[in-house]
Structures are given as structure tokens and as C-alpha cells.
Design a protein around this ligand. Structure first.
Ligand SMILES: CC(=O)N[C@H]1[C@@H](OP(=O)(O)OP(=O)(O)OC[C@H]2O[C@@H](n3ccc(=O)[nH]c3=O)[C@H](O)[C@@H]2O)O[C@H](CO)[C@@H](O)[C@@H]1O
Ligand SMILES: C=C(OP(=O)(O)O)C(=O)O
Length: 430
């Protein structure tokens, strides 16, 4: 994929129709990584895996580590055949920050893991200190040298870990490491995202003894086993993609049904839509948003760990609030630089001010097409939504970021009547 590619959008039409949501990127990645914990000759079958740049990168990483991966029609079969390689290739790790979730299972399985540090990214520095602290508490020796993590442990041992922050990646890494450790591990203040519940299901399907204690209230208990066996798991629907498509309906004042979803995973968005006077219908596995008579009502939103409002939907909601009546406020409390879409939305006529980690959005009656740069996955998605509602033509560059997380984004939007197409500049990127 060339970085000069962009999504060309002729905005202004209300979207109408149905779109099926994809399997969750953020669940598929750790679940497939968990196959590293399998005994020799065993396999993990994952269904509903989305075909994305990130899942492709993970497949390449697993293959580089010696796993055998088949990926066809949304089903990934990840099998362990023989010894594993302990060093992750820098070229692949640098493509995807989520590579860090391979550290725990690789270390637990082989006793040694080397991972080049993925570095910061557009949305923040994203350190992995909590991952490393937890692994060290389980008895691993951790060294940082020449930009890489060197972790080793003859055998990890179970222990009690309290996470200073309910980090999604640290919880995933530590749960996977604990599955093959000696004895019992308790992770307190663990993340409670549905993607982690999906990982726990996958581990259970492979014979691991792991569960959420106290009714999923952030405490995970693991009893280590010697080996995991073959299992099968279905990847949950992508709640972030679901919210993005619903907001595409909202911002264009259209009628959009998103199917194959689990609405309870995005109650936080539905509550905000209700507050903004959007009418919607929620069924067991689908949600429909309907056109409103007037502009959206202003909102006040703060991003929080699950079940709070997801940071991964903050940019898309902000795009919709650019057209709301009155002044909305969004506080981003998870990532320190997740307002990169603001400067680009301003080019489209949005009136947004930033005060520290708070965005103050003064609603305007209309947005206008422009050439804009999506600097990360959800910033790009937000600009596409803005482009769908804007008058005239919008070009969203940085398409490679968007394709990390949305399967057939252009075709899904075309299916809803949007005029969008992938195009390429002759002169190079924006
Ligand atoms: C592949 C995947 O699932 N990505 C998701 C995951 O990212 P990721 O797992 O990276 O997010 P975390 O929950 O770990 O990070 C949340 C916050 O904690 C900080 N932190 C995290 C770990 C650590 O060791 N030290 C530390 O300071 C981060 O810098 C960030 O400010 O959860 C995020 C928060 O819901 C989502 O936005 C990402 O889409
Ligand atoms: C931030 C995201 O992903 P990642 O953690 O893979 O960068 C995201 O999905 O919005």
C-alpha cells in the first residue's frame, strides 16, 4: 500500500442501509498470539477473524517465530510445530504496536524472548512498563539494551500483581504468561474490555485454568498448567467498527443498521446518542440509528477504561459533534496526544479549541470538503465521517492507518450509499 493513496469522498448524502460489522481487531490479535502457549502439535482455530493490515502483520510475526498459520475465509488456524524462535523481527514489530502482546506468551513458552521496542506513536508514548513490571514480579529477568527488551526466565512463577492502571495490553500479556507459570497468579485492577473476556474464553478453550473473579470486576485468577491443547474460539464483533458505522449514520443524518454486533459492548456510545437526541433501535444483535429532525444536542464526554467511553471512538464522536447545536466538551483521559484529528477537522470548517486534554467543540451548521491527513487509525476514520457529511470533495490521506483496523472500509461505506473510492496521487503523498 502506497502512502500516497487516499480515500476520495463526495460528501453530503445521507447514508442508508445495512452493514455487517467485522470481527474485532483488538480481540483477534491477542487471541491469535495465545496460540504460542500451545503444546507441540496442537492448534487454535479462530473464526470471525478480520482481514486487516494488523492481522496480516500478526500472522507474519507468528510465522517468523515458527508457528504454522493458515488464514482463509475469516478462519485462522494457528498451529505449533516444533521449537519456536525467541527473537521477534524488528521490521514486523515496528509495523504494529500490539506486537508487544507476544512477549508474555513467548517468554512463558520458551524461557526467553527478545523484542525490539516498538517506540511511540501518533496517539502517545505508550510505554510498556506495566507489562515488564508484571513479568519481573513473575520471576523474569528483564534487560533493556540497544532498543530491545531481553526477557528470560527458566520458569515463571505465579504471584499477585496489582496493575497501577488497567492497561489492556499489560493485562493480556500477564494473563498469557501466567497460564504456563508455576502456581496461582492473581491480577488485580485488570482491564475489563470485552476483548480480554474473549482472550480468557480462548485460553479456557485451550484447557487453561483462568477466570475473572468477582463477576468480572477487574480481578483475574489463573492457575498455571504445564501445556495447552487444541481449541476453537469465535472472535467477538468489533465494537469500535460498529460505533464508527453508527456514527457514519448519525453524522449524515441517515438510517444505518449495523448487524452482527453485541450492543452491550457499546452501551457507553448508545447512552451518549440518547443524550444527543438521536433515535435508535437496539435489538439483540443489531442497532439502527434514524434521522433526527434537528441538529444533535451538545454532549460532554470523558474517555475511560471499559465500561467507560472508549478512546478509540473519541475522534469519530468528535467529528459528529462538530455539527451539533451548542458547545460540546470531550476530555481524553487515556492517551496524551489523541487530538491529531482536530487540526484536520478545522480545515473542514470545524470550530474546536484544545485546552490540555480537553477539546471544546463549538458546533457549526456545515463542514466543507478538504484534503486532510489521517495520522492514526481512528483519526483517519473520524475524517472519513466528516467527509461523508461535508459539502464537496474530501481527500483523506494516511489510508494505510485506516486499513490497519477496518475491513473493506470503502466497500462497506459504498454499501450504505456513500460516494467513496480509493485513489492515488501522481505527485506523491499529501
Ligand atoms: C491492540 C489493542 O488492543 N489496542 C487497544 C489497547 O491498546 P494498549 O493495550 O496499548 O492500551 P493500554 O490500555 O495498555 O494503554 C492505556 C494507557 O496506559 C498507558 N500504559 C500502558 C501500559 C504500560 O505499561 N504503561 C502505561 O503507561 C498507555 O500509555 C496509555 O496511556 O487499549 C487501548 C485503550 O483502550 C485502545 O485504545 C487500543 O486500541
Ligand atoms: C489505538 C488503536 O490500536 P493500536 O493499539 O493497535 O494502535 C485503535 O485500534 O484505535
Amino acid at each position: 500500500m502506497s502512502n500516497a493513496q487516499f480515500l476520495k469522498i463526495s460528501g453530503g448524502a445521507a447514508l442508508k442501509g445495512k452493514v455487517r460489522t467485522q470481527g474485532s481487531k483488538n480481540a483477534a490479535l491477542p487471541v491469535m498470539a495465545a496460540a504460542l502457549l500451545l503444546g507441540d502439535g496442537e492448534k487454535l482455530t479462530c473464526t470471525n477473524v478480520p482481514l486487516l493490515r494488523d492481522t496480516e502483520t500478526l500472522v507474519a510475526l507468528l510465522c517468523a517465530l515458527g508457528m504454522d498459520v493458515r488464514f482463509e475465509d475469516g478462519t485462522a488456524t494457528v498451529a505449533r510445530r516444533g521449537d519456536l524462535v525467541c527473537e521477534m523481527p524488528a521490521s514486523l514489530v515496528q509495523k504494529m504496536r500490539a506486537s508487544s502482546i507476544l512477549l508474555g506468551p513467548l517468554l512463558a513458552q520458551t524461557g526467553r524472548a527478545v523484542m525490539p521496542l516498538p517506540g511511540g506513536c501518533a496517539i502517545g508514548a505508550r510505554p510498556i512498563d506495566l507489562h515488564l513490571k508484571g513479568l519481573a514480579k513473575m520471576g523474569a529477568s528483564i534487560e533493556l539494551s540497544h532498543g530491545a527488551v531481553y526477557a528470560s526466565a527458566r520458569k515463571l512463577r505465579g504471584c499477585r500483581i496489582y496493575l497501577d492502571f488497567p492497561s489492556v495490553g499489560a493485562t493480556e500479556n500477564l494473563v498469557m504468561a501466567a497460564v504456563l507459570a508455576d502456581g496461582e497468579t492473581t491480577i488485580e485492577n485488570a482491564a475489563r474490555e470485552p476483548e480480554i473476556t474473549n482472550l480468557v474464553q480462548a485460553l479456557q478453550a485451550m484447557g487453561a485454568e483462568v477466570c475473572y473473579k468477582k463477576d468480572n470486576a477487574g480481578v483475574i485468577q489463573v492457575n498455571g498448567r504445564a501445556e495447552l491443547v487444541s481449541g476453537r474460539v469465535q472472535i467477538i464483533p468489533d465494537r469500535i467498527a460498529s460505533c464508527t458505522y453508527l456514527l457514519a449514520g448519525v453524522i449524515t443524518n441517515g438510517e444505518v443498521t449495523v448487524t452482527d454486533v453485541q450492543p452491550q459492548h457499546f452501551d457507553s456510545l448508545l447512552a451518549k446518542l440518547e443524550e444527543a437526541d438521536v433515535s435508535y433501535e437496539r435489538q439483540e444483535n443489531s442497532v439502527t440509528v434514524y434521522p433526527s429532525r434537528g441538529r444533535l444536542k451538545k454532549l460532554s464526554v470523558k474517555t475511560m477504561p471499559y465500561p467507560g467511553f472508549p478512546t478509540d471512538v473519541q475522534p469519530q464522536l468528535m467529528a459528529a459533534l462538530c455539527l451539533a447545536k451548542g458547545t460540546s466538551v470531550i476530555k481524553e483521559s487515556i492517551f496524551e496526544s489523541r487530538f491529531q484529528h482536530v487540526a484536520e477537522l478545522r480545515k473542514m470548517g470545524a470550530a474546536i479549541e484544545i485546552q490540555g486534554n480537553t477539546a471544546v467543540i463549538n458546533g457549526v451548521p456545515a463542514l466543507y470538503g478538504a484534503s486532510v491527513q489521517g495520522t492514526d487509525l481512528r483519526a483517519g476514520a473520524a475524517l472519513v465521517l466528516a467527509g461523508l457529511a461535508a459539502e464537496g470533495e474530501t481527500r483523506v490521506y494516511g489510508l494505510h492507518h485506516i486499513l490497519r483496523g477496518y475491513e473493506n472500509f470503502d466497500r462497506a461505506l459504498q454499501g450504505l450509499g456513500a460516494e467513496v473510492s480509493i485513489a492515488e496521487d501522481d505527485e506523491g503523498s499529501f
